[in-house]
Design a protein around this ligand. Structure first.
Ligand SMILES: C[S@@+](CC[C@H](N)C(=O)[O-])C[C@H]1O[C@@H](n2cnc3c(N)ncnc32)[C@H](O)[C@@H]1O
Length: 274
């Protein structure tokens, strides 16, 4: 059956947008994120991404690749500590992270909306250590199949901004409640970005991002600690060195608390044992 074309105004289409830009960044001679599978998936889909999203915007492509690099590093260091661990990738979309970081032992669970998962299942290989759950991350059913006794890293890349704050808080609380010892890694956008998207004026090239429901400045990450008494660690994850203007803004800008407040950010929460 042919794949249903994504509605460009909907949130699931953002999975294609990120894939498209990561594939563009992967072609750069000094790419931040070698990702041959991303380009391959895009080509095989036959989907006219360029017509929908316009030509790739290089600083955005680099920003998304830098974000993925940080998430990849988090997974790699988790697997170095816990080689038989499980990674739960919430809102994983069409990300090819599994193939970038696979150590041959990790167990992987992808949770995403049914529409997005239908594309993922059609376009990406599915191995015996990979599983999928088609539901909203706000539905606690996804957590039922996760063994809380195994070392666990839960990642949510490019997801939380599409959820209202109450849902973000609910998700963090669920993870803290159910998964002692786990870590949760996610990224945030600052308030000015969410405000532009709410007014439908956040254009990335010719693509208009769907409204973003929540925002958080890296300066307020400490507030996440108050969501559950088991949240023991709150750590802002720094932006890696990037090329050109992106590097100037993200990597160098983050050194100033004032600039940092206005930047997108990434955070890791560590849940302690009861
Ligand atoms: C910007 S994309 C990011 C995809 C992927 N994490 C990446 O970095 O390539 C946002 C993803 O979140 C998913 N998503 C949005 N709201 C969701 C929800 N309530 N439950 C599950 N997935 C959701 C979308 O379907 C999409 O795959």
């Amino acid at each position: 059956m042919p794949l249903a074309a994504p509605d460009p105004s909907g949130v699931p289409a953002t999975a294609w947008w990120v894939l498209y830009l990561r594939a563009a960044e992967a072609r750069h001679p000094r790419s931040l994120l070698p990702d041959p599978l991303a380009a391959d998936v895009l080509a095989r889909s036959g989907w006219p991404a360029r017509e929908t999203f316009g030509p790739p915007v290089p600083p955005l492509a680099q920003y998304l690749a830098a974000r993925s690099r940080v998430f990849d590093d988090e997974v790699r260091s988790f697997l170095a500590r816990a080689p038989h661990g499980t990674v739960v990738a919430l809102g994983e979309g069409l990300d090819t992270q599994f193939w970038r970081v696979d150590d041959g032992r990790v167990r992987w669970l992808t949770v995403d909306l049914p529409e997005t998962l239908a594309w993922r299942r059609a376009l990406l290989p599915q191995g015996p250590r990979q599983d999928t759950v088609a539901c909203s991350v706000t539905d606690p059913r996804w957590a039922e199949g996760v063994d809380p006794a195994q070392p666990l890293l839960i990642s949510a890349q490019g997801l939380m901004m599409y959820l209202p704050w109450e849902a973000v808080a609910g998700l963090v609380t669920l993870c803290a409640e159910r998964f002692p010892g786990a870590s949760l890694v996610f990224d945030t956008v600052p308030h000015w970005v969410a405000a532009l998207a709410r007014r439908h004026v956040l254009y990335c090239g010719t693509y208009r991002l769907p409204p973003l429901s929540s925002a958080m400045s890296p300066g307020s990450y400490e507030r996440l600690r108050t969501l559950h008494p088991r949240i023991a660690g709150v750590r802002r994850l720094p932006w890696p060195a990037c090329r050109g203007l992106t590097g100037l803004v993200l990597h160098h800008g983050q050194r100033s608390p004032l600039v940092r407040r206005a930047l997108p950010g990434m955070v890791r929460l560590d849940v302690r044992q009861p």
